[in-house]
Design a protein around this ligand. Structure first.
Ligand code: GLU
Length: 296
């Protein structure tokens, strides 16, 4: 039984990411689980700065008092596992561009994701051979219009039709939805805490989990952090990383107090340690609204 926190080393963690990490840690500790740390660096595997960014993320989590179990896993070191999983799945080559999908598909979902309309599902071998000359294919899994229901501790039950989603991108990199599920199954993850921008991915991932012989995790999607304008918090917002806050005299301890207060677990500016919060934490009582991060 384990939870996990799985950042991508694109840039330093901001307050919203740190707050989600705190929730992941509290839920795992409260429920007697290990918490594993996985660096999702498939996109960044060719970027020289990625290891330093990842090291900074780990340092920031530790500075807040969040502890992790077992070795840190890096997706870039697990490519053979993803290939082995893809080999077990019914897949087909897809040559569609984003534009073609946008033109053929129904309206995008609220999160901008367009379910795949199945254009390439029935290409003949000779059509595929011809199309391969123009463009390398992505691989999609045949989901057969399955409907999958997941249960989220905050959002409740959610059902969705699973489309034939991409499992290997057309640059050969395993797709996020594939890698995340392969790792969650391999690592025995039965509790997934992350930002609620990924809530709509969870039926797809739950379905794939079962295809790969795993059991579906308990989910908790944390409402996103936004800036004063109501836009999703991003690194470009001022003073949202631990390093930036430290230069303004706001140390990790104060950041932890701020995050704990934002989760309804501490009074304003109440000095706390992460371990103090475990006993106060009730997942059902987490705020369900987006969190407006303060600005300095
Ligand atoms: N690596 C993803 C991200 O940083 C999170 C994946 C997950 O938790 O499922 O957005």
């Amino acid at each position: 039984m384990a939870g996990r926190f799985a950042p991508s080393p694109t840039s330093a963690l901001h307050l919203g990411n740190l707050r989600t990490a705190l929730v992941a840690w509290l839920l795992a500790r409260r429920t007697g689980r290990d918490l594993l740390l996985r660096i999702e660096d498939l996109d960044q595997q060719r970027v020289a700065a990625a290891p330093e960014v990842a090291a900074g993320q780990v340092a920031d989590l530790l500075a807040l008092g969040l502890t992790f179990d077992g070795p840190i896993v890096r997706q870039s070191q697990r490519l053979p596992r993803y290939a082995a999983a893809v080999a077990q799945l019914p897949t087909y080559e897809c040559f569609c561009t984003r534009r073609e999908i946008a033109e053929a598909a129904s309206a995008p979902h609220g999160d901008g994701y367009r379910p795949y309309p199945g254009t390439c599902a029935r290409l003949t071998a000779s059509e595929r051979a011809r199309r391969r000359r123009d463009r390398p294919p992505a691989l999609r899994v045949r989901a057969g219009g399955a409907v999958e229901t997941v249960t989220d501790l905050l959002a409740g039950q959610m059902s969705a039709v699973v489309d034939d989603f991409v499992v290997v991108r057309n640059d050969g990199v395993p797709a996020y939805n594939l890698a995340v599920v392969v790792d969650d199954v391999a690592q025995g993850i039965d509790q997934v805490v992350r930002g609620d921008d990924l809530l709509s991915s969870s039926p797809r991932q739950a379905w794939l989990t079962r295809q790969l012989g795993g059991s579906v995790a308990q989910y908790l999607h944390v409402p996103l952090a936004v800036n004063a304008e109501g836009r999703r918090l991003a690194k470009r917002d001022q003073a949202v990383t631990l390093a930036e806050l430290t230069t303004r005299g706001i140390n990790a301890g104060r950041v932890l107090s701020l995050l704990a207060h934002s989760l309804g677990l501490a009074g304003p500016d109440e000095p706390v340690r992460a371990a103090d919060l475990i006993g106060r934490f009730e997942p059902q009582q987490l705020p369900r609204a987006q969190w407006v991060a303060p600005q300095w």
